[in-house]
Design a binder for this molecule. Structure first.
Ligand code: ADP
Ligand code: ZN
Length: 442
């Protein structure tokens, strides 16, 4: 039984069910404050706001933000490490950074008030899905410069829940602790969650006897069939949680128990969708690149930050009662989109097809090579134990039938190469879905 009330825990418990007009007026107030703050405290933003001719005091509607230029990952890199901070460094109490596999990492900072906002954003999401102080939350995201671990740690603590900050890796230990401590809530990436299921099977751990009820899974794209697989194998409900360090970390948006679209924490983040090629703002319902403006952060506010994530936003009378706009689960990033023989394809589209095929395991790798100067795409996917040993002769036929399915869904000939069970590398964090070998084969 829950003994605590939402009102005691959050300053603004009603906001997520407020009318659209109320939400707009809160956004407008917060947007003006943010723009003034950026203008006063940071030369880069001051110059940009001056150049746009927009007077933050005169804004009457949040849509006027479209007069301002976007902020890109390159802007963050060019101002590495602290150039876009909008408070004195002495007021910053925490730094996070994204992985930065290309060039400088992007560094973000938080004041202690920002940390409180962050925890409140995610705590509200968790509370609304029924997480209470009686819960035991196992945080299997990495702790470190990545925001996943600390984000869930502070949010769950804010709820008064018992947090197990186990971090990523050491899967046998994860399962032992899950069983011994009676973990009820898991915060993790979907790919690592599946790997936990696989190790559990090997170790004889039966999830139906454990206490997991809810998983907040995110930090990477995943599909509906992947969700079914996870829910079936771990005996819990799996919710899609989205965030990025530049905007705050996890807590930007998340599914409610209805599991149909991710409610955006709109009092803290203003979302737009743009056409990534023309940079034009698109009306609700159109697919494009997500752009966020933070509305309450102080140390590292972002104005029209281009996430590169592909999604669409829409209004929905959600059965959960929240009035916050929803975003569709991000299907991938513009820079993960593969263009093969002129066809645009996201790894998640391939996953969607593969996961619906019986006798395939949810472990795959897309391999890109070059043959006669042409891009070649192949997908390696594991077959289940049974079929590998029993039907060795039929594998070629099976491969062909999957290739046909991929062709009819995507319109591209993708070679399928079936692999023995447990031969494709597992992830204990964000999965790597593409192995680009095009440079090697030239
Ligand atoms: P890094 O660049 O080190 O991965 P972040 O942790 O900030 O740093 O990664 C954020 C990115 O992760 C997002 O921009 C998005 O591409 C991806 N991501 C996060 N959550 C989800 C999700 N639920 N679905 C799809 N992609 C996600
Ligand atoms: Zn809802």
């Amino acid at each position: 039984m829950a003994t605590d009330s939402k009102k005691e825990m959050f300053r603004d418990p009603e906001i997520s069910t407020a009318s659209r007009d109320e939400i707009h007026s809160i956004q407008l107030k917060n947007l003006k404050n943010t723009l003034k703050h950026c203008y006063d405290k940071n030369e880069f933003y001051k110059k940009r706001i001056d150049e746009s001719g927009l007077n933050p005091d005169k804004i009457t509607d949040v849509s006027q933000i479209s007069k301002l230029p976007f902020t890109s990952k390159d802007d963050l890199r060019d101002n590495y490490p602290f150039g876009l901070f909008c408070t004195q460094l002495s007021q910053v109490v925490r730094i996070h950074a994204s992985s930065g596999t290309t060039g400088n990492p992007t560094v973000v900072g938080y004041t202690s008030e920002d940390l409180d906002v962050w925890a409140a954003c995610l705590a509200r999401i968790m509370y609304d899905t029924g997480v209470r102080k009686e819960d035991i939350v196992q945080v299997s995201h990495t702790f470190g410069l990545f925001t996943g671990g600390f984000g869930f740690q502070y949010a769950a603590e804010k709820l008064g829940a018992l947090v197990v900050p186990i971090s990523g890796g050491n899967t046998e230990r994860q399962l032992k602790i899950m069983a011994d401590f009676k973990t009820t809530v898991l915060a993790n990436t979907p790919s690592y969650t599946l790997y936990m299921a696989e190790v559990a099977e090997k170790e004889g751990v039966d999830f139906s006897k454990l206490h997991l009820k809810l998983g907040f899974l995110g930090a990477e794209p995943w599909t509906e069939p992947m969700r079914s697989e996870i829910e079936k194998r771990l005996h819990m409900k799996a919710l899609n949680s989205y965030g990025l360090s530049e905007v705050i970390g996890p807590g930007v948006s998340c599914e409610c128990l209805v599991q149909d679209g991710l409610h955006i924490n709109e009092d803290h983040f203003l979302a737009e969708i743009i056409d990534p090629d023309t940079d034009k703002v698109l009306p609700y319902g159109n697919k494009g690149e997500l752009v966020f403006t933070s509305l309450t952060k102080k140390a590292f506010p972002v104005i029209r930050y281009r996430t590169k994530d592909i999604s669409f936003i829409y209004e929905d009378k959600c059965a959960c009662g929240k009035t916050f706009l929803k975003m569709a689960k991000p299907m991938g990033r513009t820079d993960d989109m593969l263009i093969i023989k002129g066809v645009n394809v996201f790894p998640s589209q391939i996953e969607e097809v593969l996961m619906k095929v019986k006798d395939l395991e949810p472990h795959y790798l897309i391999v890109l090579t070059k043959e006669n100067f042409m891009d070649k795409i192949e997908v390696w996917v594991e077959v289940s134990e049974g079929i590998f040993h029993e039907k060795l002769m039929d594998l070629e036929f099976f491969e062909k039938s999957i290739e046909d399915k991929l062709y009819s869904a995507i319109g591209l000939h993708i070679k399928v190469s079936l692999k023995e069970p447990k031969t494709i590398a597992r992830s204990e964090g964000k999965a790597r879905r593409v192995w680009d070998r095009r440079q090697e084969s030239n």
